[in-house]
Design a protein around this ligand. Structure first.
Ligand code: ARG
Length: 576
């Protein structure tokens, strides 16, 4: 990938050197005054302070250097010393023609933890953002040249599973799984996902009002954690059923994991990790529990110690979390681990990360990153619910959007309506989910998300398909196009200037671990293309040089949109 801003910054740096100034941190930005120039360099003021000079003197010296370069059509100074730059058409054309839109591998490994589905519980709307943001960040990392490993980190252990198994034992006391003396093969039993989804809320509610039931559930959890054979076999069966269902929904969201590990896998590393921690003298006793103190002097809010072992000897979410880092460091040794989890789990991760560094379970050089996200709310501003106030299942939410998309699908589409509506619906959900900044909450608004006009997935898809159909028509007419020859008007120019921003946008998105820069950018690029498309009659243009340029520009925007849609994990239908 050729990086437009890097080229500009280099040119400014060279101009500064030639004029006799230092060149650290040279940053060129898109201009806030397009009437004066396309790009601006505002660093002269800081240099003036440092060199005790009039900024205009420095700006003029830089200007004189830049003006020698044919790369620029115009360079001028505004106000006290802002340098504005306009690029020559030749430079813009050759940059666009020569770009290849690929990044080379950089040898760094980023491990991404997202999804976070819980076994035996249905995925709910709260899991949507983790899947979407996580999947897209993974694709972005890969695109930028990182190696990645993705893991769902299933909630497959502990209390919730204890509850489900207890309730199964109440309903089917005759099942051999519960007979601890039995040591033969276990016969097939019928467990469906629908059953599990019904059982968990039931058992969870019951444990809240019935103390005996709660105690029994705790016992069952202990049996599970102690590896009682029948209980583990039943748990395996539950895992199998539940995972199949979870995978189906993730497939629907075009979200795919390298690993389907979970809290239960971390359990394997707990004893080894605990004995390692024992050698360090950092584990303290507190009211019968074992904790690790992680408070720091600079804390503005109190950070309580991380709970390692409960007073009854049981382990917790934080214990398996730490053991998961232990596993990941030992087996994958990544440069960074990113957690894409609801921002309300912030404290949990602060405690675990601090413990991981303090104990050297994570190397100092390994970046542990908590990328917390905001919630999707209903129009009342509270987390999105079903009509009767319950938690909305993710599948039900996707079905709503699918229905809306089918309803809006043009009657001209007679084939594959269902498949096309599914892709449009997923684009609507995903784009809307990735549009707000990662940490912001947003409101679910189905009408807005599915609108063909506006900042929406369907708008991007529709426009991209239209680019493709123009290219198809050119091909059918036997017109070839291999480069841009001329920049003809403000509309094709604007598209080219937007294309120059690609590398910046991708890196900004990577740095902030938020997709909003990309969703905004694809909208801006697409809109500038659509304006150009409306203003110019492309195929019928009689000037062949112009026609070739416009078709090549169309192809470039189409390809960039495809790259971006792929990063957003949005699939493009053939028609809509
Ligand atoms: N299963 C958890 C939940 O539903 C999310 C897991 C997030 N990942 C992690 N490593 N803790 O809240």
């Amino acid at each position: 990938m050729k990086k437009f801003y890097k080229i500009l910054e280099k040119k400014v740096s060279i101009a500064l050197i030639n004029a006799g100034y230092r060149t650290e941190e040279v940053v060129v930005n898109e201009s806030s005054r397009p009437d004066l120039g396309e790009y601006q360099f505002n660093g002269v003021m800081a240099l003036a302070k440092e060199y005790h000079k009039n900024p205009l003197e420095i700006a003029n010296a830089v200007l004189e250097q830049l003006q020698k370069d044919a790369f620029f059509k115009n360079v001028n100074i505004a106000g006290p010393g802002f340098i504005n730059m306009t690029i020559s058409d030749e430079a813009l054309i050759s940059f666009t023609n020569d770009n290849d839109y690929t990044y080379t591998k950089n040898g760094k490994l980023i491990f991404l933890d997202y999804g976070g589905a819980n076994v035996a519980k249905s995925l709910h709307v709260g899991h949507l953002r983790s899947a979407n943001i996580g999947e897209s960040l993974k694709r972005l990392c890969k695109y930028l040249g990182y190696d990645t490993i993705s893991d769902t980190h299933l909630g497959d252990w502990g209390r919730p599973l204890g509850l489900v198994i207890l309730e199964l034992s109440k309903r089917h006391p005759d099942w051999l799984y519960f007979d601890e003396k039995y040591n033969g093969e276990y016969p097939e039993v019928e467990i469906t996902n629908a059953l599990l989804e019904e059982i968990y809320p039931y058992a969870s509610a019951k444990a809240k009002e019935d103390e005996n039931y709660l105690k029994e559930a705790q016992k069952m959890t202990t049996k599970l954690q102690n590896g009682v054979r029948g209980i583990i076999s039943l748990w395996n069966k539950i895992m199998e059923v539940s995972k199949t269902d979870i995978k189906k929904i993730y497939d629907r969201l075009n979200t795919h994991f390298d690993l389907y590990k979970g809290e239960s896998d971390a359990e394997t590393y707990v004893p080894e990790m605990l004995s390692y921690l024992d050698t360090l003298n950092i584990v303290e006793e507190s009211e019968g529990a074992k904790v690790i103190n992680v408070a720091e002097d600079s804390d503005k809010l109190e950070i309580p110690p991380m709970l390692l072992i409960k007073s009854d000897g049981g382990i917790l979410y934080s214990t398996t979390e730490l053991a998961t880092i232990y596993d990941r460091m030992k087996n994958f040794n990544p440069d960074e681990i990113w957690y894409i989890v609801d921002k309300r789990q912030d404290l949990h991760f602060t405690q675990v990360f601090r413990t991981a560094y303090k104990s050297k379970i994570a190397k100092e050089s390994t970046k542990l990153v908590f990328a917390g996200f905001g919630t999707m709310n209903g129009s009342d501003g509270k987390p999105f619910k079903t009509r009767d106030g319950g938690v909305m299942r993710l599948n039900d939410l996707l079905a709503l959007v699918k229905d809306e998309s089918l309803k809006r699908l043009s009657e001209n589409i007679t084939e594959n309506r269902d498949e096309i509506a599914e892709k449009i619906a997923m684009s609507a959900v995903k784009y809307a989910d990735l549009l707000p900044n990662r940490e912001s909450d947003y409101i679910f608004d189905i009408e807005k998300f599915c609108d063909l006009d506006g900042k929406t997935g369907p708008y991007i898809l529709y426009s991209t398909i239209r680019m493709k159909s123009l290219l198809n028509k050119a091909e059918e007419a036997g017109i070839s196009y291999n480069k841009i020859n001329v920049i003809d008007n403000e509309f094709d120019k604007d598209v080219i200037l937007n294309l120059n921003n690609l590398d910046n946008v991708l890196n900004k998105s990577f740095n902030y671990k938020s997709l909003n820069d990309i969703t905004e950018y694809i909208y801006k690029l697409t809109t500038s293309y659509n304006r150009f498309y409306t203003e110019n009659v492309i195929l019928k243009e009689s000037d062949e040089l112009k026609r070739e340029s416009w078709l090549y520009l169309t192809k470039t925007v189409y390809e960039v949109n495809k790259i971006l849609l792929d990063i957003l994990a949005i699939e493009l239908p053939d028609k809509m």
